[in-house]
Design a protein around this ligand. Structure first.
Ligand SMILES: Nc1ncnc2c1ncn2[C@@H]1O[C@H](COP(=O)(O)OP(=O)(O)OP(=O)(O)O)[C@@H](O)[C@H]1O
Ligand SMILES: [Mg+2]
Length: 338
């Protein structure tokens, strides 16, 4: 549904000399340096997937989204969204996609939200039944009516974001690009937006491309992950496989009888080299072990042998920790393959 082939975007940044005279001379100067925001990115995202496009600040995420939505033209390379080249076929592309840029509004600044929606309905020629179905869904999940007739410019960030997300989905687009769609939202609204995106994906097979610095958004929504670093894709896999690259695993257990918790902790740490154990509330013990040095089978075997377990959970590895390793260049597909 979304294809990028060797996508490159460079910006010319004119060097600015200090001082007023410097600023003036910048106007006439031809000196610039090239910033490569997107540096030969290739990927393929199948229809109906929910992919997280993640990377540190300045990694090139928003620029990629701008290329895929046709706002910018690639310096070289090619992209296709629902079979169209976004920059060349902007109108056709606009009918197929929905976009939210958390940092800037797609709504009419001076109009109340309901008016913006009526305009979008006309622009996209949305059939009555679709419009009614979607408005009912937004009412249910986003409490849109609460925004009343306030012009968009007077809404709070969170109020506006609700309307932005709804507006991007109004015409049942095949693909939705969400660039930080939950900035400024409180916990409850974040939940609602995640629920909305997931429902639309399940019910209509909408392809979702999400960038966010909120790990909660990513884990609640996405099943696939693309990680970019300095304009290059450094990891691409399912969310499941990304989490499996973590070098630490955890297991939390409860037990009855036997050693006291302090003794249990000491026993585990003494017997399993490199494994750490901590007491947590309710007499639970959290064990963290380096993988693949220790296997789940070995660790569980040890616990079953020494404790009368009454409960046991193995939490997912921490996404933030996994990403930190990739951002700092110590993990990712590349290194794994090398
Ligand atoms: N219009 C522009 N002119 C010059 N440089 C730009 C322009 N837009 C982006 N850049 C540069 O390109 C790089 C990538 O920027 P981009 O906005 O794509 O990053 P991002 O991954 O979205 O970051 P963030 O997480 O902070 O939103 C940055 O170094 C940025 O300074
Ligand atoms: Mg960005």
């Amino acid at each position: 549904m979304i294809v990028a082939e060797n996508l490159v975007k460079e910006f010319k940044v004119y060097e600015r000399k200090p001082g007023l005279l410097g600023s003036l001379s910048t106007l006439f100067s031809r000196e610039y340096r090239l910033v490569r925001a997107v540096s030969g990115v290739s990927f393929e995202i199948p229809a109906a997937t929910k992919v997280a496009y993640i990377g540190a600040n300045g990694a090139g995420k928003s620029t990629t989204v701008k290329l895929l939505t046709g706002i910018m033209r690639p310096t070289s390379g090619r992209c296709l969204v629902a079979g169209l080249e976004p920059y060349r076929e902007r109108r056709g592309n606009a009918a197929n996609i929905g976009v939210v840029f958390g940092q800037r509004s797609q709504l009419w600044w001076d109009l109340p939200v309901p008016d913006s929606f009526r305009i979008l309905r006309r622009i996209h020629e949305i059939p009555d039944a679709v419009y009614r179905r979607n408005m009912a869904l937004y009412r249910e999940l986003l409490d849109l009516d609460a925004l009343g007739n306030t012009p968009v410019r007077q809404l709070s960030l969170g109020q506006r974001m609700r309307a932005e997300v709804a507006a991007s989905l109004l015409h049942d687009p095949a693909v939705v690009f969400l660039d930080e769609p939950t900035v400024g939202l409180d916990l409850i609204l974040k939940e609602a937006v995640r629920e909305l995106i997931n429902r639309v994906n399940t019910q209509l097979g909408t392809t979702i491309m999400l960038t966010s610095h909120d790990m909660g958004d990513i884990t609640a929504i996405c099943d696939q992950v693309l990680v970019v670093n300095r304009g290059e894709v450094v990891h691409q896999s399912s969310m499941h496989d990304l989490l499996r690259t973590a070098d630490t695993r955890a297991v939390v257990f409860e037990y009855q009888g036997g050693p006291r918790p302090e003794q249990a902790v000491t026993l585990i740490e003494q017997q399993l080299d490199g494994v750490s154990a901590k007491q947590s509330e309710g007499g639970r013990i959290k064990v963290e072990y380096p993988a693949p040095r220790w296997t789940a089978r070995q660790v569980m075997g040890f616990l079953l042998e020494h404790f009368d377990l009454t409960d046991c959970v193995a939490p997912e590895p921490d996404l933030e920790m996994v990403l930190r390793r990739i951002y700092t260049g110590r993990a990712g597909n590349r290194e794994v393959a090398a």
